[in-house]
Design a protein around this ligand. Structure first.
Ligand code: URP
Ligand code: ZN
Ligand code: ZN
Length: 472
């Protein structure tokens, strides 16, 4: 039966206007005033906001790390995302197998039957030789158009600059996009070894051994490599204003470079790591200073940064204690693995479900970004940059009916009890929110109604993405 979402205020990346939306099957069929057809189901959205479903360009679900695995899998992470208004996520495939194709098959085996929202993959390139160079273009047949490279995690994930340059050139030839983790792996390794030799084992040493300047020079180095390869570059998890300034410098000089930040970098600093529960905030790169928080807000508002992802990579704070998840006890080893050595704390924080509600209250509500920028940064720009637009990220006829009906007046005290991540803590515990998703549609199916979950494993679909995407 067709559905009409009636009398809502639509918010897109560029406009705000009152209209109805007609959905037939999986698609939006029309958008306009007073849509009326006899056999439709009516959903009253009067007084509500209607936005395209969120798209998170950066998750790590069911990711092996150190002696454990990230605690959300491709079902639980998708479910958490959906409750927060996100209907598409993009996950990174580790290159831990003989061929890239095999790596992608392993990730499909993990994800396909569990997926509860739509999803796609980026490929990590962490080892480069002639065979891998030949395999990269074949990723296009698998719907993968994006390659993540690392300047840190020496002898595990890192590529040398010349190798990154080679990846960038292949990406240019095939219309692919390279994504960069910008830190200085050499300096980090020296400082971590020295800190541990000095007996410095507590969480604050995670940030102290990853100096900010390493990220600043790494972003500029990445920009220079991209310019020399004449290939676009997307810098993931920009965590400090110095990196945003390098992005601005390069963009002003015609480098095709874009950047993503993540909510924790807008709110928290390295001071969190000094708390008794500081391990909860350990991720790479680390959170920095109040000036960095402010500078990143500015970079979002002025267009220097194009997207807000989450880098969702959750671990339990205390993985020896079970939590209840869908009625069953679950305990997964987590941050306690590094209680005697900060370098053994699994890197990563939860966030896929927090992103939209937190950014709405503390971004839009606080006057730091407009509602249209909110939609652009969390959905439309992501769809454009990653080759999904206008199938995703748009409220137009022909687009997938991925729609969030947002209650701008809903007030709640947020935290682990409310967020749906499969972990035992939340970074935004006791934060007051104003505005929250009320209903979430995935391709025309209602999957969230308030606190009720109507989605299911296997309800999400793999998205093959197109090369030569839009640069912003
Ligand atoms: O700490 C983090 N962010 N873990 C995930 C890996 C990465 O570099 O994104
Ligand atoms: Zn990274
Ligand atoms: Zn990541």
């Amino acid at each position: 039966m067709p559905i009409i979402i009636k009398s809502g205020t639509l918010i897109t990346a560029s406009e705000t206007f009152d209209a109805d939306i007609l959905i037939d099957g999986e698609k939006i069929v029309s958008v306009g005033k007073n849509i009326d057809i006899s056999n439709a189901q009516l959903i009253d959205a009067a007084g509500k906001l209607v936005m395209p479903g969120g798209i998170d360009p950066h998750t790590h679900l069911d990711l092996p790390m150190f002696a454990t695995v990230s605690s959300d899998d491709h079902y639980t992470g998708h479910k958490a995302a959906a409750f927060g208004g996100t209907t598409t996520v993009m996950d990174f495939v580790p290159q831990d197998y003989d061929t890239l194709r095999e790596a992608v098959e392993v990730w499909h085996a993990k994800a396909d039957d569990k997926a509860a929202i739509d999803f796609s993959f980026h490929m990590n390139i962490t080892r480069l030789d002639e065979q891998v160079e030949r395999e990269i273009p074949q990723l296009l047949d698998l719907g993968i158009t994006t390659l993540k490279v690392f300047m840190a995690y020496n002898s595990r994930l890192r590529l040398q600059d010349g190798e990154i340059y080679r990846v960038l050139r292949i990406a240019r030839e095939y219309g692919m996009l390279t994504m960069l983790h910008a830190e200085n792996g050499d300096v980090i390794d020296i400082l971590v070894a020295e800190a541990l030799a000095d007996g410095q084992t507590s969480p604050e040493w995670h940030a102290r051994t990853r100096p900010g300047w390493g990220g600043v020079e790494a972003v500029l180095r990445g920009a220079a490599l991209a310019k020399q390869a004449d290939s676009p570059l997307y810098v993931v998890h920009v965590n400090q204003v110095g990196e945003a300034e390098q992005l601005g410098y390069a963009r002003q000089r015609g480098v095709n470079i874009m950047g993503e930040t993540c909510p924790p970098y807008l709110f928290f600093t390295d001071q969190q790591l000094e708390r008794p529960d500081g391990a909860k905030w350990i991720c790479s790169p680390p959170m920095r200073t109040v000036e960095d928080n402010q500078g990143l807000w500015q970079a979002l508002a002025d267009g220097t940064l194009q997207t807000i992802g989450t880098d969702h990579c959750p671990f339990f704070f205390d993985g020896t204690q079970a939590i209840e998840y869908e009625g069953k006890p679950v305990a997964i080893p987590g941050k306690e693995l590094g209680k005697d050595d900060f370098s053994k704390i699994p890197n990563g924080v939860p966030g896929v479900g927090d992103r939209l509600p937190i950014m709405w209250t503390y971004g839009v509500g606080a006057g730091r970004i407009t509602p249209n920028q909110f939609v652009a940064l969390t959905s439309t720009n992501v769809a454009k940059i990653f080759g999904l637009y206008p199938q995703k990220g748009a409220l137009v006829p022909g687009a997938d009916a991925d729609i969030v009906i947002w209650d701008p007046n809903r007030r709640l005290t947020y935290g682990v009890a409310h967020a749906q991540h499969r972990t035992d803590y939340n970074l935004y515990e006791n934060w007051e929110l104003v505005g929250y998703p009320e209903k979430v549609f995935l391709r025309g199916d209602l999957i969230v109604v308030g606190e009720r979950w109507l989605g299911k494993p296997g309800g999400g679909r793999y998205l093959s993405r197109e090369p030569n995407a839009i640069m912003i």
